[in-house]
Design a protein. Structure first.
Length: 152
């Protein structure tokens, strides 16, 4: 079932892209980057239960009225910013939709294999501990209940 843009706007708080080969999408990336991403996604889900295929994809649209109150609470500066934001949005009751997109890595990555993987793992543990003690601002309008995350 296809939704119009206005129907999506009424029923979603977050629309997130995902670099996943499905629905006729084209994803070009090295096996190493793909495997590193899958390991990171697995560790992220084990820690935060976000149920996202690809938290690190930079394509995210968030309703401004839900995002604004969180901006002063966000602390991450690098790779974990996406995870931190998604965890906070989930705790606020945001409704997510993750959709496959076309993607191609063009090289020039600043990721250092091994070292950055260890940093990301350690960062996830630190983020989990920190977020256990963060109190989030309350959203002025209660979000309607619904399925918290869907993938198309």
């Amino acid at each position: 079932m296809a939704l119009s843009a206005s129907e999506m706007a009424q029923n979603l708080d977050v629309l997130a892209g995902s670099r996943i080969l499905m629905a006729g999408r084209r994803v070009v990336r090295s096996l190493h980057r793909h495997l590193q991403g899958r390991i990171f996604a697995t560790l992220t889900d084990a820690n935060f239960k976000l149920h996202f295929y690809d938290t690190q994809c930079g394509v995210k649209f968030v309703r401004a009225d839900i995002l604004r109150p969180l901006l002063d609470v966000l602390q991450e500066q690098r790779w974990l910013l996406d995870v931190e934001l998604l965890v906070m949005l989930k705790r606020q009751g945001a409704r997510f939709l993750e959709v496959p997109i076309d993607w191609e890595d063009f090289g020039g990555s600043k990721v250092i294999p091994g070292l950055d993987a260890a940093r990301m793992f350690w960062g996830l543990l630190q983020l989990r501990r920190r977020l256990e003690h963060v109190s989030l601002p309350t959203h002025r309008d209660a979000l309607p209940e619904g399925e918290p995350h869907a993938q198309r």
